[in-house]
Design a protein around this ligand. Structure first.
Ligand code: NAD
Ligand code: MG
Length: 395
């Protein structure tokens, strides 16, 4: 390899960010950390800076002075930048090769798009960014020539099972369907009546994956799979009816691609984000990720079932938003972000997450989004409607 790849990790203190840094640390001959960003848990960000000595660290304005002083005291020359502007700067800097987009939620949209516009290699975990702005996001990728690689385990699995020229169109390359697997989360078998009383900690206790709290709640409601359905449509230029959700409780098959000749290709592995991260970092090469080899004898069996939309209304709402397109996915995402935060703060009960989203989507007409301003407008409107719902109905 001619020179070290310069990597910016947006959301370095999160679950995906930490897994990324674990893989990077295994390959000092390939990767160098250019910038790390964090929003909370800033003492952890300081420790990560000490470990990886980035050129830049990005934090909220209020934390900048303290972090800069601590970095200097630790003998580091890392420069602290602030806010969204700082995030966009470290995503688009001429020296950066790869940007890992691992901020959670809509907050990641502008920095991720800054990396896209600058034509970087982007490893996308921040699915909300793509869900909100799908058509505009993909247009920007085509325009700048950015390389967009999925980190989401399902989409990375689909990517690995697709032929290299899938961008020609799914029907052109003989793909019939994408089979998107889902674990079903912690409430797959919980009696429906009990869902009224589940706590945030129960919702965050995912059976197979250890993740941030927002995506953990999304997994429990299956909104995560709904967002992933929309994500898959954009990444692989698929129609919503070409993506089928399959519940697979063991989370060993990370997704499958069904071809017209009857072949179905799957990607398997232990549920550990370091596999898709290593795959996308080194693509088209393969590198060690630190993940243990899959023990099929220990797995022993693979089960599949159809999702129950009565249990998981968020999946139905997301499919409807995927079909409606335009501003609908941005509104779905925004209402969900407000609802999940309210659930985590114990302001609402778990089934009310879907009620809020359904009511917000019913109130606001779907409008065309031809520029980014319209995406943020839809986002702002949906958040305001969700907040109004909360002030009227919260327990
Ligand atoms: P997390 O909560 O563990 O980490 C989120 C990161 O974003 C943190 O570094 C945090 O400081 C930062 N952040 C939060 N709010 C911010 C803001 N307003 N401005 C700037 N930075 C902010 O989340 P996670 O589980 O690592 O997930 C990150 C993203 O990756 C999400 O979009 C999630 O859907 C996706 N994803 C996660 C996993 C997983 O295994 N955790 C798998 C697939 C996809
Ligand atoms: Mg996923």
């Amino acid at each position: 390899m001619s020179r070290l790849q310069q990597v910016t990790v947006l959301g370095a203190t999160g679950s995906v960010g930490l897994s990324t840094l674990d893989v990077i640390a295994r390959h000092p001959d390939r990767y160098q950390v250019f910038a790390l960003t964090g929003f909370t848990r800033l003492s952890e960000l300081l420790a990560l800076c000490v470990r990886h000595a980035p050129r830049f660290a990005v934090v909220p304005e209020a934390a900048a002075r303290g972090l800069q002083d601590d970095l200097r005291a630790a003998g580091l020359s890392t420069q602290v930048l602030v806010g969204e502007e700082g995030l966009c700067q470290v995503s688009s800097d001429a020296e950066v090769d790869t940007v890992v987009a691992a901020i959670v939620g809509a907050a990641g949209l502008r920095p991720t798009l800054a990396a896209v516009d600058a034509g970087k290699k982007i490893l996308l975990a921040n699915k909300e960014a793509l869900v909100m702005s799908g058509a505009l996001f993909m247009q920007a990728v085509r325009k700048s020539g950015a390389v967009l690689l999925p980190l989401d385990s399902e989409h990375n699995a689909i990517f690995q099972c697709m032929p290299g020229d899938y961008a020609r169109g799914l029907s052109q390359v003989g793909v019939r369907r994408i089979l998107l697997t889902a674990s079903g989360g912690p409430f797959r078998q919980t009696p429906l009546a009990e869902l009224e009383h589940v706590s945030p900690d129960q919702a965050c206790a995912h059976p197979n994956w250890s993740m941030g709290r927002k995506i953990s709640v999304d997994s429990a409601s299956m909104m995560n799979k709904g967002l992933e359905l929309i994500e898959a449509c954009w990444l692989f230029d698929a129609r919503p009816d070409q993506v089928e959700v399959v519940i697979h409780p063991q989370s060993v098959i990370h997704s499958l691609v069904d071809y017209v000749d009857g072949s179905v290709l799957a990607q398997l592995g232990n549920p550990d984000m370091r596999t898709p991260i290593a795959n996308a970092l080194a693509w088209p090469e393969r590198i060690d990720s630190g993940v243990a080899p899959l023990d099929l004898f220990a797995v022993a069996r693979l089960d599949f079932e159809a999702p129950d939309e009565q249990r998981f209304p968020c999946l139905r709402l997301a499919r409807q938003a995927a079909e409606a397109g335009n501003s609908a996915p941005a509104m779905l995402n925004a209402a969900n972000e407000v609802a999940v935060a309210a659930f985590l703060e114990r302001r609402i009960r778990f089934p009310q997450i879907a009620s809020i989203i359904e009511d917000v989507l019913a109130l606001e007409p779907v409008v065309a989004v031809n520029e980014l301003g319209a995406v943020f407008e839809a986002d702002t409107k949906a958040r305001a409607l969700a907040e109004q719902w909360l002030s009227r109905n919260a327990r």
